[in-house]
Ligand binder design. Sequence first.
Ligand code: BES
Ligand code: MN
Ligand code: MN
Length: 458
Amino acid sequence: MNPSLLTREALGRFANESRAAFEAELKTLVEIPSISADPAHQGDVRRVAEAARALFERHGGKAEILETSGNPLIHGWFGEDPSCSTITVYNHMDVQPANEPEWTAEPFTFVVAGDTYRGRGSTDDKGPAVTAFFGALAARKAGVPLNIHFLWETEEEIGSPSFEGGLNRHKDRLKTDAIVVSDTVWITRGKPSTPAGLRGLKGFRLTLETADHDLHSGVVGGAARNPLAELIKVVAEMMDGETGKVKIPGFYDEVVKPSKQELEEWENAGFSVDTFKKDHMITGMRTEDPIKVMKRVWGRPTMEVHGVVGGYTGPGIKSAVPPRAEVKLSCRLVPDMDEAKTIGRIRAFVNERFPDVQFHEEHGLAPFKGHVTGPYAEAIKDAYHFAFNAPCSFTREGGSIGAVKTMEDILGCDVFFLGLSLPSHGYHAPNENYDWEQAGGGIAAFAHYFQTVSGIKN
Ligand code: BES
Ligand code: MN
Ligand code: MN
């Protein structure tokens, strides 16, 4: 190993010298519209897997596309020395749809504006993936004795439905000592954080049909049932729309409160409600008390209404009684809530009170509780401090990554997080972006991380 290539200065130089290559590689990936939710983009999902494999091969690594019953996985690697430890970096190559009208340029055209990179997938999660990749190149160049592997998924944004089956099928070749995920956000710029937990997610839909076509509300209204009004009532009985409080009996029973130590860490993490609002461009908040905001996003479950389908939505008003309606909802789950138990309670509640409302479940994701101690966790803190010269806090994430719990269970090793995205990068939002400050620092952070963990005895 050549430690002189691993100083902060040397890694800064490596990053700067690699910048053009970094941008070219990220451009190639961002310009493939690998939208996993849209069947019309299946071909692009396959193309992104092939582009990823080519990326590894171009830079002296090896890679294979691993088939699952759904979208493929990409396994890329540098090094297969049995006398060295193996670390696996997880990212995802699929992206959210990008049809928001607010995009100022074509979402799948990679735009470089100074230090900012714009395009769907630039921060979630192609930018961090390519950053970790260049971090690995730096570590390899310095001779860090570590097998650095990558596992890139292509259906994270649809809840990883085939990931478990895929891991089981390929687990022998995916043996690793630890996993590091780069798919999370900091508190704000300059304030790195790494999650000690992620929320789970369970989506569901309610539908009700009480006629087979629009009815005249003057002719039959008052006597005929109104499915849209009834579903609104169901929602109002399930939750308080103003406070967010869920009224399903037992909903909060298994929720583990954040420990005193955790709350202390959150208090000192540098979280500011003003910055949170600015970064996410939020105008309406249910509370402005910082600790309450953190508890609500990181430590409490939710029920959200995402969409209501039904009735007349054109200009003005059409005074019909709609024949059918649908409401789309989901719950974010926290440790130790159980997905099946939670949806069972909601279903029972709806069935009992509104027996002819149809209940449809979506694929769910378990909540995740991580590790905040031990050498791999210390190495994360160390990497952020080394690269960004800022302390990192263990907080939690309100978002969900289905693969995390599955990797822990099937590969039998711990999962850590070295995220690089910022709230202002706009996950899933129009004009999603990433930037060179996060990428250049991230390359140094990953290289340092690889160096540190190469010395851990398993
Ligand atoms: N990278 C996010 C997860 C995330 C979100 C981490 C916010 C930290 C903060 C991931 O790509 C994502 O968007 N997950 C989805 C999963 C869903 C679409 C099944 C989520 O959380 O909604
Ligand atoms: Mn992501
Ligand atoms: Mn996402």
